[in-house]
Design a binder for this molecule. Structure first.
Ligand SMILES: NC(=O)c1ccc[n+]([C@@H]2O[C@H](COP(=O)([O-])OP(=O)(O)OC[C@H]3O[C@@H](n4cnc5c(N)ncnc54)[C@H](OP(=O)(O)O)[C@@H]3O)[C@@H](O)[C@H]2O)c1
Length: 359
């Protein structure tokens, strides 16, 4: 595989920091440019990130003294210097939409963690194990944008990153209705306990916009390309409640499912154990060997014990049992800033590189 120079746009943020840690020793992708707001531009990365560095490993030496560029003012300079950008910025939705289109139109592919373009009909929202074929929409998007190389591909929301993979191998049984309650870590809001002390010994029963995303985005992932559009799936019907809980990292979901053709619990466990996607077949560098891990223990998965499974890229599942109102219920967990954000985006970029979209 060839080597790619990349920029992290939003490098000083929680997800940006994850990108920088994950890419430190990446075999294909090399961080050569960093960008953030005008507040950080012109500073070294170490100065700009200051005491916000929240990763378990130190700031990589290679980026410490890199001068941060302005994500908005320097679009053309950045686009001309790298093969593609990872983007995770905290700006207004319409500003992010415009910014990502500027990068794409400057012929620089954008691998995005932002939600702004998730609803755009020709922007693929890829979970590499589930819908890698949605990359096939990229030529249609390039045509609309008038680009040769530039395009935008997005990651889905972190909340659904545990239950959508767990449901995916069960679609063949006709998943009709899903109820999911999510228990989401504070890093999902870009926070730590130091920066959000009110979350210690607390629970907040509201995360703005999260329930809509958790209910709608799976239908795009399970949708199909029709002409120059991705058309959402019509089912299953999904209802969610999303709660913020005092956990640093790792989103858990309690899930209830009704099927058209109810499988046995043993069939479900066998489907989870056997499930493999294109990333496993291609042995992409960030792909977990086993995507779905099932625990027989009643007290697993636990955020602290299981969120880092396979480098934080695997999904952990447990407590599968019959339900008195739905057919089954289970609990699942994924690392929100690894699989749910930066790690999932790196894996998507690996998939797109392997398919030649980043050449
Ligand atoms: N945290 C998660 O688990 C997670 C998961 C999935 C998706 N996301 C999404 O990823 C994005 C970033 O989230 P985060 O948690 O990393 O946020 P964050 O920690 O608040 O970081 C925000 C980043 O955006 C930059 N920024 C802010 N205003 C800007 C502006 N006007 N122009 C250019 N850059 C600007 C900041 O730069 P300065 O440091 O210079 O201000 C910083 O680098 C959001 O869209 C979020 O919804 C987050």
């Amino acid at each position: 595989m060839k080597n790619f120079n990349v920029a992290v746009v939003g490098a000083t943020g929680m997800v940006g920091q994850r990108f920088i840690s994950l890419l430190e020793n990446h075999p294909w992708f090399h961080v050569t440019h960093l960008a953030a707001s005008a507040r950080s531009a012109g500073k070294t990365y170490e100065q700009a990130v200051g005491n916000r560095w929240a990763m378990p490993t130190p700031i990589p030496e290679a980026v410490k003294n890199m001068v941060v560029m302005d994500a908005v003012a320097d679009v053309e300079k950045i686009a001309a210097s790298v093969d593609f950008v990872f983007c995770a910025v905290d700006m207004k939705k319409d500003e992010i939409k415009a910014l990502e289109e500027r990068y794409a139109k400057a012929e620089c592919p954008v691998i995005s963690n932002n939600s702004a373009h998730r609803g755009t009909f020709d922007v693929p929202m890829i979970v590499p194990e589930l819908n890698p074929e949605h990359a096939d929409i990229i030529p249609a998007q390039r045509k609309r944008l008038g680009t040769k190389r530039g395009f935008i591909a997005v990651k889905s929301n972190c909340s659904l990153q545990s239950y959508v993979p767990a449901l995916h191998p069960l679609l063949k049984y006709g998943v009709k209705e899903v109820l999911a309650c999510t228990y989401q870590a504070i890093s999902g809001a870009g926070k730590t306990f130091e920066t959000w002390p009110e979350m210690v010994d607390n629970l907040i029963p509201y995360i703005g916009g999260e329930e809509e995303k958790s209910e709608q985005e799976p239908l795009k992932i399970w949708g199909s390309i029709q002409g120059d559009k991705i058309v959402n799936a019509c089912s299953p019907a999904i209802t969610t409640q999303c709660l913020r809980v005092p956990v640093s990292n790792g989103h858990t979901a309690a899930v209830f499912v009704r099927f058209e053709h109810k499988p046995t619990l043993e069939q479900i466990k066998a489907d989870w154990a056997a499930f493999q996607g294109v990333p496993q077949q291609l042995e992409l560098p960030s792909a977990p060997k086993q995507f779905l891990h099932y625990f027989e223990e009643n007290d697993r998965p636990q955020a602290r014990l299981d969120r880092d499974s396979e480098g934080g890229m695997a999904v952990s599942i447990g407590r599968l049992r019959p339900d008195s109102q739905y057919d089954i219920k289970f609990v699942c967990l994924s690392h929100n800033t690894l699989r749910g954000a930066a790690g999932g985006a790196v894996l998507m970029a690996e998939l797109l590189a392997a398919k030649g979209y980043l050449d």
